[in-house]
Structures are given as C-alpha cells and as structure tokens.
Design a protein around this ligand. Sequence first.
Ligand code: BTN
Length: 330
Amino acid sequence: MKSSYSLLQHLSHEQFISGNALGSALGVSRAAVWKMVKHCMDVTGVDIFSVKGKGYCLAQPLELLSEAVIRQHLSASCHDCVAKIEVVSRCDSTNTQLHRRGAGLDSGTILFAEQQTAGRGRSGRSWVSPFAQNLYFSMYWRSNLPIMALSGFSLALGVVVLRGLKELGFVQEIGLKWPNDILYQGAKLAGFLVEILGEANGTASLIIGVGINVKMDKLQGELIDQRWTDLSTINDAICLSRNSLAATMVNQICILQEVFSAQGFQSYREEWIAHDCFHRLPVDLFTSDGIIQGIEDGVDESGALQLIINGEQHKIYSGDVSLRIKGSLQ
Ligand code: BTN
C-alpha cells in the first residue's frame, strides 16, 4: 500500500508522467511501474489512465491528505491540544488503531486514514470508507474529567462539526439526530464513534472518531445500509479541500475540549436543539427491549433524549432513533 500511496502522490499533480520518469522517481523499472499501477488501481479503486507516448495520469483529480497541509490550516489555539498528526494510507479503523496503541499515546494524537478496511460505526455497524473519497479520523484525548462529566460529549461533537461545516460554506439545513448523526434531508452525512476509557486515577480518556462523507463513489455507496449523502451532493459549487476540512474539524474539536471541560454539555444544548431534525415529531425509538413510540422533545442538560409518551416526558439514555412518518418507518 505504501508504494501505491507514493505512486498516487506523484500522479496527483494532474499531468501525464512518463513511465520512465515515474520509475526513476519511485526507484523501480518501467515494467515495475506498470505492475504498480495495476496493483494501485486494485487496492485503492482509483482510476489511472495509461496513454502510449504520454505516460500515466489520474482519471480524476485527487487530493491526498497531508500532515503538513493540515497543520498549515490549524489555528494557533490548537497548538496545546494537538500533539501528533499521522496520516496513513490504509488501516482497519482509526479508532481501533488508537485503541491498540493504548495508554502510551500522547493526548492530542490524531490519526487520519485515506481508507479503512474495517471502519466501525455505532451499534456494531460498519462504516464504508473508500480510498481518498471522504474523511476518516480519530483523536485521542486524555480529558482529566471523570466519566460522569462526559455525558453529552458526543452530542456536543455534533454541534461543533456542524459549526465547522457552516464555516466552510455549507449553510444548507444540515441537522442533528440523537445521539450523534449528522443528516441532510434525512440522509446520513456524518457520524461519530466516541469511545471512553476509564483511567486508574478516575479520569477518562476518549477516542473521538469522526467520519464525514465528502464525495462518495456511487458504487461504494451501495454498500451503505441506510440513506446517505455527501458534501459534494449538498453543494457542488464549494471547491472543498479535504485537508482544510480536516483542519477545520480539528480546530473545532480543540475548542470543544476546552469549553466542554469547563462547562459540559449545557453550553451546547440550545444549539443542539435548534438543529434537531426530529424536534417535536413522532418517532420510533429502537431499543434492545423493543420499539418505543413518542414525540421527540429535545435533550436535557446531560444529553439524554426527551420523549413524550402518552403525555408524559421520559428520558432515554441510549438507543437508535428513527423518524416515523404517517405510520411508515423511514
Ligand atoms: C456512526 O454513525 O455509526 C459512527 C461512524 C463513525 C465513523 C468514524 S470514521 C473514523 C473512525 N474510525 C472508525 O472506525 N469509525 C470512526
């Protein structure tokens, strides 16, 4: 995969490169370049043209993630919060990788992957993660907060990801679905997997995993088991750089860590409710004990879902919410 990645780095300048020139840049023969090109197309799904007398060229422009470019876009206030940024071409899941590396990690370590082969979603689902089409990353944060103080963190994360998208010009009605989805017109745009690890001293560390669909290949999209969308569908007039999207999200998460540490979820609650896609609508709530029906009534100061059932308000602490429209499930 490493060789495919270097090949793509050389090809990403959007012009033809001869087999000879590519070979010398990569330190291999012309014949080996052809094999590398075929292998690269197989593992990444990226199309590479080969034209006699001209050489190789990418079929579509490709922007690879780069630690240096992401760093250039980070705001000064991130310096204390970001320890290390690593970009890998492929891994099983950025969350799983940070788990494996475990307690030795510096707080503020961020891992981006161009492709995940076993990307994880909530409730054991998978997260479809094709090469260089979307954004997948995880950040390790040693919070110094007790686990109890972290309720509502992933809801607040939704709020700051929305803020980041607005900052980049996505002013459309992108909304939130409890507990931590971002939707556009009912289709999933982004999701978070926040995993909390208790430390011996009673504080908690978090692995904050974020997946945002940027420009998903339609064939890959067929693997997703729910309605989905991506940023290029929402507004294709925005010429979005994945590196600046990455930096915008990191900037937002750094601010979140500071504000959440001081104030918890309460300072995000109003904004969450203002963007709640299902506010005051009839919903079906899927729980391990079955389906509960009620009227969605926002969230409380700890991030619990408020559901009106037979005129009484109930609080829900975990589950999957699905909007019911005129008696049919959607
Ligand atoms: C969900 O909505 O179900 C959560 C999706 C979370 C996906 C991201 S992609 C980066 C990180 N690594 C993973 O394996 N999952 C999260």
